[in-house]
Design a protein around this ligand. Structure first.
Ligand code: ATP
Length: 235
């Protein structure tokens, strides 16, 4: 079996004296989509922060493609191919769609490539290329956030609550694109409250509660009843 693109081993992290991650073990195989599910406050966003270098763990190991990334900054991790789409839409509301995308070219990506990637995944962004990002719907802003992330050609994409505040139909549409992104070879770890939608496009799922991963498996192995209880009906 090849080295996983991401492996967390016994990861602990705390806010001040309150320990929030209490020994997380998690693997994302290369090319896989892994859904990270669980109730509010279980530690999912905190784990993404640790993986993406925004927060220091107190102990444990995080390996990317077999490399221990202890002490790596968010920039170092980006160079290793890690890209994060954080909770909420990280777009510039007073810039147009095209200007938001062009900012990526300052990160060293050629403008043509930026536009080609963005518009091939999201034709709707092409239709709205001269519109101010802040005037678009929540779903369209999320598309723009995803498009910007994709232009950096990630090896591993971390998605935090893609569905936040969006209607179920739009969430389905976004996850169809997640499936297409995965088909292109990008590995994906997604935190999601809409468990059923995420499970439809996932190869594996992990359920996190109380700062630990308490169940892992293929989507059909994640016990529906347990998911319903743990997710408090959010599935
Ligand atoms: N900046 C912070 N300072 C102190 N405590 C925090 C901070 N951020 C999160 N926490 C706490 O850490 C715990 C885990 O939060 P986290 O956001 O990681 O959970 P989550 O599983 O992502 O939940 P949600 O789905 O609600 O975002 C919660 O008890 C939360 O109150």
């Amino acid at each position: 079996m090849s080295v996983p693109i991401l492996e967390c081993v016994d990861v602990h992290a705390a806010y001040g004296r309150i320990e929030v991650l209490r020994g997380v073990d998690l693997k994302v195989p290369r090319g896989a989509v892994v859904a990270l599910l669980g109730p509010n406050g279980g530690g999912k966003s905190t784990l993404l922060k640790v993986i993406s270098g925004q927060m220091e763990k107190t102990s444990g190991h995080v390996h990317m493609a077999g490399v221990n990334v202890h002490g790596a900054s968010a920039d170092d991790l980006a160079r290793l191919g890690l890209t994060t789409i954080p909770e909420g839409r990280s777009v510039f509301p007073n810039l147009t769609v095209e200007e938001n995308l062009l900012l990526m070219s300052y990160a060293g990506v050629a403008p043509d490539k930026v536009f080609d990637t963005a518009y091939s995944y999201f034709p709707r962004l092409h239709e709205r290329r001269y519109q101010l990002a802040g005037t678009m719907s929540g779903g369209e802003q999320q598309m723009l956030a995803m498009a910007r992330a994709l232009t950096s050609d990630p090896a591993l994409l971390l998605l935090d609550e893609l569905s936040m505040g969006l209607a179920p139909l739009i969430v389905d549409e976004l996850y169809e694109t997640v499936a297409k992104i995965a088909e292109s070879g990008v590995s994906i770890l997604c935190v999601e409250q809409f468990a059923r939608t995420a499970l439809r496009v996932s190869d594996y799922a992990a359920v996190m509660t109380g700062g630990r991963v308490v169940a892992t498996g293929e989507p059909n192995e994640i016990n529906e009843i347990m998911a319903d209880v743990i997710l408090g009906g959010a599935a």
